[in-house]
Design a protein around this ligand. Sequence first.
Ligand code: MG
Length: 374
Amino acid sequence: MDNLATYAVSEHNTRGRIINETPPSGRSEFQRDRDRIIHSKAFRRLEYKTQVFVNHEGDLFRTRLTHSLEVAQIGRSIARNLRLNEDLVEAITLAHDLGHTPFGHAGQDALNQCMKAYGGFEHNLQSLRVVDILEERYAEFDGLNLCFETRAGILKHASRKNARNLGEVGERFILNQRPALEAQLANLADEIAYNNHDVDDGLRSGLIDLEQLQNVGVFSRHWSVVKRKYPALAGRRLIHETIRAMINIVVTDLTVQSTQNIKEARIGNLADVYDAPPLIGFSPAIRKEQQELKKFLHEHLYLHFRVMRMSSKASHIIQRLFDAFSANVRLLPVKHQQKFRQIGHQAIADYIAGMTDRYAIKEYQRLFAVGQAD
Ligand code: MG
């Protein structure tokens, strides 16, 4: 980490941890954050949480865990290119989905609906809640006591109302400031990862096909290049070479465009970053292509009837669980009953959000299937 840019987050300009700790030896503060995230319970649960395809649909589809690892890989490469803090980017990217419910976005929407009367549910906020409060590992504090910049990077969005209750990590939403470049980068690495791996998983599932993808500019352009270079190549290798080229072009574009943005805005230090407009971004042409790809995936994959059927089942499971626990708190495991007495329905949301897909399905069977063991 010697060669960091002057505007990168570092151990010299960090706002530190809520509870002061002895500095680590042999690793940086942000490596320590990364290590704490990897050792957390919520991180291990990502293996059994849906990205797009529910965990039991096939062994080769991305899960939240492999998605997070791909985001970290892309984020770290770009961080190194831009001389940003690679350890911080790794920590943010590995933690960015820790608050996701089971069953992906369908689960999050259902839980948000259930929690409407109690302040709603938002997975970003929940990710922060996991690292700030819910993890129980350390003698001296709840949560993981991560550095300010890691927490700020995990909190991608917050309404002004929620931001007011979050202390210093919520301040930027009230002051209309940007997060550090490492957080901006983590956010775009997420987008690059899912846009590309969802093409791969979509094709593997058979829900989208190559013919449809020929109408998507960025795919057909790289497909033709690969085809010309390797006329005999077919099947999955041809798909992988195309997606590889699609990732490479956006990573390179993001590096070049962001370098230019930083230069033009005359960014000298971290405070300049907070007050500048967003600086990590694609060139207009690549941005347009990415939007086209996103739109395609939305229409043809995320809204595919087979994905929708699973989403509808997922909403049903989450709603029934929430309603059952709300109607009779004694159906909750004892630990969560105790929490309910302290924090009300948020305790039910915490319990449900923490579930993996298969745990939620099992819990549903335990509560509603006649003849099922408890
Ligand atoms: Mg993500």
